[in-house]
Design a protein around this ligand. Structure first.
Ligand SMILES: Cc1cc2nc3c(=O)[nH]c(=O)nc-3n(C[C@H](O)[C@H](O)[C@H](O)COP(=O)(O)O)c2cc1C
Length: 206
């Protein structure tokens, strides 16, 4: 790799510590979570992804970067289409399930995950927050990933709280559990009745 700016660290497989720096920095990037799906013949494929990117409005394009070794890449190429279902905050179990190697491949349908047939053949997850159904526009090289570019045939969304991924953890945009615990404490001990008073020794202060 050519020398960079002073203090710049090379990022490549030949420099394991720099690759660690790359991973470390990537964990700071906050994303939504989606389910990428495809159908090829009788087989359906699903994979948890965070690389969904709305790419272009005219024409309407989205992209998603997928590990080149994943069987879903071949299915998308063969079926010439894919769907992206944006997950809601309460769909974390589905995100976990379809992030497990091999779990996102089945004959017919995935029984624990209700899906409906989409217009491209790729299934769309029921009760998801938003979805894009795409015909394959192209596959771009992206290192060890293939960048699937899809022309959006149909898309829609419903209101709700999205599932978010940050620093290796699933999160939601709702109140933090500590805030909820604090609010519950205030409610149970009757502190939040609007009447100001001095704290007692038994009051919980977070
Ligand atoms: C939150 C999250 C986001 C992910 N995003 C991607 C992604 O954008 N592209 C990708 O190829 N893998 C991504 N993965 C990893 C895949 O979900 C996982 O490697 C895959 O489902 C393994 O199954 P397969 O190789 O049988 O397809 C992500 C995993 C998690 C937990």
């Amino acid at each position: 790799m050519a020398p960079g700016l002073p203090g710049e660290r090379a990022v490549s497989g030949a420099f394991p510590r720099a690759a660690d720096a790359y991973r470390h920095a990537s964990r700071s990037w906050t994303t939504g979570v989606a389910l990428l799906t495809a159908r090829h013949g009788e087989e359906v494929f699903a994979k948890t992804v965070s690389s969904l990117c709305p790419l272009s409005l005219d024409p309407p394009l989205v992209s998603v970067a997928v590990d080149r070794r994943s069987p879903i890449v071949g299915a998308v190429r063969a079926g010439r289409g894919f769907a992206l279902s944006v997950l809601a905050a309460d769909q974390e179990p589905l995100a976990r399930r379809f992030a497990a190697p091999g779990a996102g491949r089945a004959l017919g349908w995935f029984t624990p995950a209700p899906m409906r047939p989409g217009i491209t053949g790729a299934p769309v997850l029921e009760r998801c927050l938003a979805w894009f159904e795409c015909r394959l526009d192209g596959v771009l090289p992206g290192g060890d990933h293939a960048v699937l570019v899809g022309r959006v045939a149909t898309a829609d969304a419903t209101p709700g709280d999205p599932l978010v991924y940050h620093d290796g953890r699933y999160r939601s945009l709702g109140p933090h559990p500590a805030v909820l615990a604090c609010a519950l404490t205030l409610y149970v001990f009757g502190i939040g009745d609007g009447a100001p008073r001095a704290l007692r020794g038994s009051d919980t202060v977070v």
